[in-house]
Design a protein around this ligand. Sequence first.
Ligand code: PGA
Length: 241
Amino acid sequence: MKIITLENAAQIGEQLGRYYVDFVKAHPSCVLGLATGATPLPTYAAIVKAFQAGEVSFADVTTFNLDEYCDLPKENKNSYYTFMWQNLFQYLDIKKENVNFLDGNAADYDAESRRYAEAIRAAGGIDLQFLGIGRNGHIAFNEPADAFTDEPFRVALTQSTIDANSIYFDDAPMPHYAMTMGIGSIMRSKQIVLVATGESKAQAVKGMIEGEVTPRLPASVLQQHADVTVYLDKAAASLLG
Ligand code: PGA
């Protein structure tokens, strides 16, 4: 793992946004794995700024999002579909048909998992995957578990995740289930960037980088990936030895 520690979240957004712009310019038909939550927002803002300055086009880019809530209408303000259109896609020239999400309201979750896995394979796999990390060490919605998962699946969210994300649910109960890419789907990405900002992530970051590889701290599996860059702010890096 390559570790880059910067002063704050804004600096990470600037630097990583620049990395994405250069990556898409060099690989205009690339496949990006994207994440939601507070962590990617500064990076997405930097990408939008560069797009609006005419520096880069997303016309041939394909995206796959990591996860989506179950039992929440796609149009709800807290769906990850809404999040991505509001914070990134609406500003870009990306084609709607090139944007991929898991369907959290699928009638058959197993069929939906297979559909998503196959769509990723058909696109040639993910070139560059963005990850945040949960306070409990989750990546996407792969919660601490007895074994690493592989393909996308439906997951029961843990109380830690429900506590962390329920702040956004002021008009509807927070869903307790989600569809998520599995650990295998994430690990098959050619390149991964993980961003962690804030003191609440410091313990999980320490475990991910310095701890044993265990499904009890899912992000620790990234130690076994050949091309991972971790961007930390000072607070998230504060417990590293
Ligand atoms: P956050 O979530 O970016 O909102 O902190 C990250 C995560 O839970 O993976």
